[in-house]
Write a protein that binds this ligand. Structure first.
Ligand code: FES
Length: 67
């Protein structure tokens, strides 16, 4: 599913980019777009895209499940 029509960014690609930059200080969705070589145009996707980025960052910061 495309999350950003203007930039043809798929949700899976956004999740992967957010995950790759999860340790970066700036978790802003625009920073993730920039890391992908994109930048927002109409801005309609930003709220949903930020929620996805936040979700990926939260999961990345969760401690590993120790056995
Ligand atoms: S849909 Fe993402 S900037 Fe327009």
């Amino acid at each position: 599913m495309y999350i950003c029509i203007c930039n043809a960014i798929k949700e899976s690609d956004l999740r992967r980019a957010a995950c790759a930059g999860a340790s970066a200080k700036d978790g802003d969705v625009e920073a993730v777009y920039a890391a992908m070589g994109k930048r927002p145009n109409c801005g309609q996707c930003l709220e949903d895209a930020q929620a996805i980025v936040d979700e990926e960052r939260e999961m990345a910061l969760m401690p590993a499940y120790a056995e």
